[in-house]
Design a protein around this ligand. Structure first.
Ligand code: NAD
Length: 468
């Protein structure tokens, strides 16, 4: 397709959706929204095999992991939204204040209009359709731009949407950076972007041109602390799952571990066994996904080589064959190594011993605020101290990853790891304009209107005493 044709297609898709906005505001009621969500759930259930096949083609992910981490979360999001939508849509009464005496305030969640959803490649199905659930629940139209790096899933997302929704409600525009750039030039009402912090900045700058609101679901390095009183076996179970499912290509995967020196050797031995049990001694089990492409496999191998050259020791794994990288543990990591400051986003896990928790907290605080912070420890006061003295989008205590599946928790980062929230009611609010409506019945505020006579000034002095 030529550039002009692509731009024309994009503009037509946008204008078609924008034209329907006023109409939809009046007619896209609870029943219509629920129907859309049901249609989405039906098409997903009917196409489970095709979804599994597309993701396997894109990066060798096995069926069980695809069902667990791509399909189920979207179906759960749909059924949660369907169950609670009536309550979410209801205008909320605002508790009156003294100054608003004689009025009645309501918050009406209203559709924002036409929303752009830009998805990444690492959970190419979940992160395209998950935001769509909140977007439709909130009564919007959507254009989805899936990632070009997962081409089979991108094509499938496009065909499922085309067979499920009229184009004025949901349209998929496939393509790479040029397509994203052309889309970002249009005056969307909201942009929901999932991807890297670097591209998040480009998206936010583009949104500024039309003052579109943005949600940025970004990434970064999620640290994990294992305290001296952790249940080491359980910690190894959760960390092996969190780090090596999707071959480590997960925004909330533990990026690196700080392990208390008193238990470090015991923990590493348990973790090695746990990884061998999950992925076989050589780490070649079909349950381990591949890295998405050779560019990213080279990037991860480059981080590992740089670390080894600068003195890191590989204590497990290290093998690479094309886009296969074995689950790898490395130790003796120093700040001079690239792996110490770049998001790893692959199956390589640095392990750093510590004696003093204060030093670990200072190290975390010296870096951009992470998306997730994980703590394994049975000592509650130590856990509370870490939470109180750091900042992150989420905290997982004695678990990894599960916070993504909790429909009543906000999912989002802070500063470098993101802006705004997804999931459940938080996702619905993200895609809604919370419109304040205040109706006057017998407000006495007119007593303060000019001319500011002595009587007004007397009432003002009285009001200051009561309100101030
Ligand atoms: P990416 O930022 O490279 O790409 C994301 C999307 O942006 C893709 O659709 C891509 O086509 C588009 N894009 C790329 N460059 C662009 C540009 N210059 N202008 C406009 N659009 C552009 O991210 P990725 O490599 O697909 O995903 C990995 C990153 O996403 C990691 O940093 C990861 O931590 C993060 N991530 C975050 C979450 C979350 O929920 N917070 C989830 C998954 C991934």
């Amino acid at each position: 397709m030529t550039d002009t044709m692509q731009t024309d297609n994009i503009t037509t898709a946008f204008e078609r959706q924008a034209a329907g906005v006023i109409d939809r505001r009046c007619s896209f009621d609870l029943a219509a929204r629920k129907r859309s969500l049901t249609r989405l759930a039906d098409v997903i259930r009917k196409n489970e095999g095709a979804i599994v096949a597309a993701i396997a083609q894109d990066f060798g992910k096995c069926a069980t992991e695809t069902i667990l981490t791509e399909i189920l979360p979207v179906l759960q999001e749909i059924s949660h939204a369907r169950r609670h939508l009536k309550r979410w849509m209801r205008p909320k009464h605002a508790t009156p204040t003294l100054a608003s005496f004689g009025t009645s305030g309501k918050v009406r969640p209203e559709a924002r209009g036409v929303c752009l959803i830009i998805a990444p490649w690492n959970y190419p199905f979940n992160l395209a359709f998950g935001p769509l659930v909140s977007c439709l629940a909130a009564g919007n139209a959507a254009i989805i731009k899936p990632s070009e790096m997962a081409p089979a899933t991108s094509a499938l997302v496009a065909s499922l949407v085309a067979e499920t929704f009229p184009p004025e409600l949901v349209t998929v525009i496939e393509g790479a950076v040029d397509t994203s750039t052309a889309l970002l030039a249009l005056p969307f009402d909201h942009i929901f972007f999932t991807g890297s912090p670097a591209v998040g900045k480009i998206v936010m700058a583009a949104a500024a041109k039309s003052l579109a609101s943005v949600t940025l679901e970004l990434g970064g390095k999620s640290p994990t602390i294992i305290g001296p009183d952790a249940n080491l076996k359980r910690a190894a179970d959760w960390i092996a799952f969190g780090k090596f499912s999707n071959a480590g290509q997960t925004c909330i995967a533990p990026d690196h571990l700080f392990v208390h020196a008193s238990i470090k050797d015991t923990f590493v031995a348990i973790l090695r066994d746990r990884i061998a049990k999950a992925y076989g001694k050589s780490g070649t089990s079909p349950d381990l996904a591949r890295v998405v492409n050779s560019h990213h496999a080279d990037r991860i191998a480059g981080l590992l080589d740089d670390a080894i050259q600068k003195g890191a020791q590989v204590t497990l794994g290290g093998a690479r064959d094309g886009t296969y990288i074995a689950p790898t543990l490395i130790e003796t990591v120093t700040p001079q190594m690239d792996i110490d400051h770049e998001e790893i986003f692959g199956p390589v896990l640095p392990i750093m011993p510590f004696d003093d928790l204060g030093t670990v907290i200072a190290q975390i605080n010296a870096r951009p605020k992470p998306l997730s912070l994980y703590i394994f420890d049975k000592n509650k006061s130590r856990v509370d101290r870490i939470i109180a003295q750091t900042s992150s989008g989420h905290v997982g205590v004695n678990l990894t990853m599960l916070q993504f599946s909790h429909a009543n928790l906000p999912f989002g980062g802070v500063n470098n790891s993101g802006i705004g929230n997804a999931h459940g009611h938080y996702g619905f609010r993200t895609f809604s304009n919370e419109r304040a409506v205040l109706t006057n019945y017998f407000s006495p505020i007119f007593l303060f209107f000019p001319p500011y006579t002595a009587r007004v000034k007397r009432i003002l002095r009285l009001a200051k005493r009561v309100l101030g």
